[in-house]
Ligand binder design. Sequence first.
Ligand SMILES: C[S@@+](CC[C@H](N)C(=O)[O-])C[C@H]1O[C@@H](n2cnc3c(N)ncnc32)[C@H](O)[C@@H]1O
Length: 283
Amino acid sequence: MKTSNTPALHSTEPLPGQSTALLQALHLLTRDGKLNQDSARKLKQVKHLIGFIKPLVDILLEQKPNLSIVDHGAGKSYLGFLLVDYYLKDHAPLAQVYGIDVRQELVESARVLAQQTGFKQMKFLALSAKEAIESPDLPAQVDLVTALHACDTATDDAIAFGLTHHAQYMVLVPCCQAEVARSLRQTKQSDNDDPISELWRHPIHTREFGSQLTNTLRSLQLEAHGYQVTVTELVGWEHSMKNELIVASRKGPPRLAAIKRLNNLIDRVGLPALKERFFTPSL
Ligand SMILES: C[S@@+](CC[C@H](N)C(=O)[O-])C[C@H]1O[C@@H](n2cnc3c(N)ncnc32)[C@H](O)[C@@H]1O
């Protein structure tokens, strides 16, 4: 996949043409234009992510000027605001960005900021990623789904949303997911003679292996549904521990081999209940 990793997208400087006032309104810059350490980290992550998203938007724009992007677990909507400010407002003025978050107060303040900045191409909905799947306030077909550190299983719900809304692309940076580690912990407590359970015997391994297994299952699920998947790191580990970037592009029909591998892997680790979470298409 081609990415336009310009130096500006790698630094903690504002993006070219980016409004300092917006960064201040988002509290990424202080009133006197300074960046604290947390903001610098966040800005770096968001800018890297925009570096991955922009070429995908360019491809979509060739076919569709009014493309739609849905960002799950949007929080203060740094990603949406910076993407609109840096790129969409000039290059894709008909694109629509939806920021979804369960926290009503974050949605309200994002609405106010979008009004103040005149960013009419942004909308915000107070919904969980799961509720968004059925929401009539979102288009039936969405072009690009993003989720940056959406908590726990919200990334899985964002994937389910992308699948039901036929997203061409999904760009996901998962947060920690506790569900799989919890299930692993239970199998550890029962008599488990299978030496594979050594992989998650120690608590730190339960968490780490749980996280790796989760993202492996997410990637296989996307492949099972016909997506081509790239898994890489977003920024250096020194900037974030939650650093895995999954980029999925819809390529074709469901893939039987991936469906089998996903289900076999779930069986191999002895967690058949996870088949509901990481559901595969019926062929
Ligand atoms: C760690 S913050 C990340 C916010 C933002 N994406 C960012 O990177 O700055 C996670 C956000 O996910 C939201 N969230 C948690 N569970 C969610 C769910 N099931 N559906 C949608 N949003 C959720 C939280 O309210 C929170 O704002």
